[in-house]
Design a protein around this ligand. Structure first.
Ligand code: SF4
Ligand code: SF4
Length: 397
């Protein structure tokens, strides 16, 4: 078996794939149903995958629903993303211990116990790191992993231990069931996955049964798939059917980003009256930044224990919607909600290109579903464009 080959596995084979990855020493992360949402977490077995669960999503609303089939990957993005594992929400980056005995004789009272590379954390997984295998990565999220990697690798301090990114094994999923807030097709990130995966699944449920067309994307993928059974080579008809299914999904996206020069629009909309209108709805809660698979900002907090002998430095996710996020010499630079929303969307869709050479948005739709005020960035872009006179509302929607 070599990259480019396609095989067929059934539901039993999918469970076996999870087992094989675990046997090879991977920490397998995949979707599962918990607390009324499809979340991403470690899989003890393939039986934890969300068979027969779908999702209804629209601005400000997300609900899981029972499907009338046993499809495993027929759900759109949930509240969590792979960012949680590559760029953890909270991690210790340094520990400090007071040398009380030699406090005055030996110079500095505190010595840093973390190594200079900031690679030690309190997470036991980091003490004996296991590489991750991500199961069920959609096209939008595969692009997000790559965008985030580019951002983190370029950061002045490593924002996540490199080991967390090294050795990642990706089982991607070609999306055949886009959600109500998805717009990956208009961002060029889905519904089919781009190269960068080890294996890519296309799920098929029909009168002939439940199976997965598996495309081999790498030598590692070929080695893993060799261990999976039952398995058979995919016929040309099965591969064609899978490709047709995925192409059809592109026409069923819940939304689309207007086809205009987003960089120029945002750059030229700095003084648009629309920012005030958005601010009248936006709660500046920061939900959109927390669920976004590419938002990467962090802050640092120092804490001490009650004895005063130990201190720790923790890094945690931060949001450009926080008032303190832009605190500089006695005050916040962005005091109003309008300036903070403008900052977020302008960075995502325009200045991200200047910094990282790519869009900061992959069209996953999470920020739309999880915004308590139902603010939809595709709609806001359409309104900005209409106000700028570039295009009419009718042409945009
Ligand atoms: S756009 Fe929505 S999710 Fe984002 S800060 Fe405003 S209210 Fe919160
Ligand atoms: S901005 Fe919204 S749609 Fe774009 S990647 Fe982030 S969460 Fe997804």
């Amino acid at each position: 078996m070599i990259p480019g080959d396609s095989e067929i596995i059934d539901r039993t084979g999918l469970n076996r794939l999870v087992e094989v990855l675990a046997e090879l020493g991977y920490r397998v992360i995949g979707p599962q149903l918990r607390d009324g949402a499809i979340v991403l977490d470690e899989l003890a077995s393939g039986a934890q995958l969300p068979d027969g669960w779908g999702v209804e999503a629209e601005p400000g609303r997300y609900r899981v629903r029972r499907r009338d089939d046993r499809a495993v990957f027929a759900h759109s993005a949930g509240p969590g993303s792979w960012k949680t594992f590559l760029h953890p929400p909270r991690r210790k980056i340094a520990g400090l211990t007071a040398d009380l005995v030699d406090e005055h004789a030996a110079g500095p009272a505190y010595e840093r116990t973390a190594d200079p590379a900031y690679e030690r954390t309190t997470d036991p997984a980091d003490e004996a790191p296991k590489p991750y295998a991500f199961l069920g990565v959609r096209g939008c999220d595969l692009t997000a992993i790559s965008v985030l990697g580019r951002v983190l690798d370029g950061a002045a301090l490593p924002a996540a231990p490199p080991a967390r990114r090294r050795g990642l094994f990706v089982v991607a999923v070609n999306c055949t069931e886009p959600g109500g807030v998805c717009f990956c097709a208009s961002m060029g990130t889905g519904p089919s996955v781009s190269p960068g995966y080890d294996l890519a699944l296309t799920e098929q449920v029909d009168e002939d049964g439940h199976r997965f067309v598996v495309d081999v994307g790498s030598d590692d993928g070929a080695r893993v798939l060799t261990e999976v059974a039952p398995r058979a080579p995919a016929t040309a008809a099965q591969v064609d059917a899978a490709r047709t299914q995925v192409s059809a999904a592109a026409d069923r996206m819940g939304r689309a980003m207007p086809e205009i020069d987003l960089r120029a629009l945002l750059r030229d909309s700095r003084e648009s009256p629309h920012w005030q209108e958005v601010a009248s709805r936006c709660l500046t809660c920061g939900n959109c930044t927390m669920v976004c698979p590419t938002c990467f900002c962090t802050s640092v907090t120092d804490v001490t224990d009650v004895t005063g002998e130990h201190a720790e430095r923790w890094e945690h996710w931060a949001s450009c919607f926080e008032l303190d996020f832009s605190y500089l010499h006695g005050g916040s630079v962005r005091q109003s909600g309008e300036s903070r929303y403008r900052q977020w969307i302008t960075h995502k869709l325009s200045t991200w290109y200047d910094q990282f050479g790519t869009s900061g948005c992959v069209g996953c739709g999470r920020c739309i579903a999880w915004c308590p005020a139902a603010i939809d960035l595709t709609e806001e872009v359409a309104s900005l464009a209409a106000l700028s006179g570039e295009v009419t509302d009718d042409a945009l929607r």
